[in-house]
Design a protein around this ligand. Structure first.
Ligand code: PHE
Ligand code: FE
Length: 295
């Protein structure tokens, strides 16, 4: 199947090949304004107060090890020393969202792209594209965890493969990222905790994902997750819960090729639905759920 091209192609003596523009820039640290640093400080402080009761210990440990604080926006170079020694990952500064293939290539090579710019003070609670606070505070602490670090690399490699298979496979894999890396919960001896970056970088969803009676909380199943649509316009209607990062890594180890093929035969599950086969931690009340299509 001919997949849509999201990367520029160019005629070369090796033929018509994609140009892997890496999108990497240098973090323009000296040009952050006072306001930019204050936005970081405010967001950091809010989450620092809230998350000890909500986020998993691996995430909280990561925040400590990087020494994030209220001293303004961190310098990526400093963080990379800690990160490189711990798991061999590096963060790279980018302008924003990258074409899928470029993003996967970064992950497959243990580079995590972080938007260099931070949101405005009137966007503390919501913005529609990922900024530095989401990318850095949300995603990077867990890259210090060896198992999660390996999962992210494997995801990047899996992304290249899914991309070559076609847009439906890519959609299945994107759902996995959404419900784990962005919006995942983990069941711990201390109770249900957050590990997803989209949640830990949001004050409102941190509380909602754990405390609200409205959403479903369902045990992680690989095919269940890859077959479930998601909402990009509201808090999630369903959260999937892992028992451990080892469980996540082991479940995603098999070759997905036959799974993509079998999922293509059926139809996806709506974001709000609970199935008879689900391991239900909580069946949501659906209070306040938006109607209309999910993705
Ligand atoms: N095992 C997957 C595949 O064969 C790759 C993958 C690993 C995808 C981890 C996501 C996460 O496609
Ligand atoms: Fe993200």
């Amino acid at each position: 199947m001919d997949t849509p091209r999201r990367v520029e192609h160019q005629e070369t003596d090796r033929g018509y090949v994609p140009v892997y523009a890496t999108g990497i820039v240098e973090q323009p640290w000296a040009s952050y304004s006072k306001t930019d640093h204050e936005v970081w400080n405010t967001l950091y402080q809010r989450q620092r107060e809230l998350l000890p009761a909500y986020a998993c210990k691996e995430f909280l440990e990561g925040v400590e090890r990087f020494g994030f604080g209220e001293g303004g926006i961190p310098r990526f170079d400093d963080l990379n020393k800690v990160l490189g020694e711990a798991t061999g990952w590096q963060i790279v500064a980018v302008e924003g969202l990258l074409p899928d293939e470029v993003f996967f290539d970064h992950l497959a090579n243990r580079r995590f792209p972080v938007s260099w710019w931070i949101r405005r003070p009137d966007q503390l609670d919501y913005l529609s594209e990922p900024d530095l606070f989401h990318d850095l505070f949300g995603h990077v602490p867990l890259l210090l965890n060896p198992v999660f670090a390996d999962y992210m690399e494997a995801y990047g490699k899996g992304g290249m493969k899914a991309h070559a298979i076609g847009p439906e496979a890519l959609m299945n894999l994107t759902r996995l990222y959404w419900y784990t890396v962005e919006f995942g919960l983990i069941n711990t001896p201390e109770g249900m905790r957050i590990y997803g970056a989209g949640i830990v970088s949001s004050k409102g969803e941190s509380v909602y994902s754990i405390d609200s009676a409205a959403p479903n909380r369902i045990g992680f199943g690989l095919e269940r997750v890859m077959n479930t649509k998601y909402r990009i316009d509201t808090y999630q209607q369903t959260y999937f819960v892992i028992d451990s990062f080892d469980q996540l890594f082991d479940a995603t180890r098999p070759d997905f090729t036959p799974i993509y093929a079998s999922l293509a035969e059926g139809s996806p599950v709506a974001a709000a639905d609970v199935l008879g086969t689900d391991k239900v931690f909580q069946r949501g009340t659906r209070e306040g759920f938006a109607s209309g299509a999910d993705n």
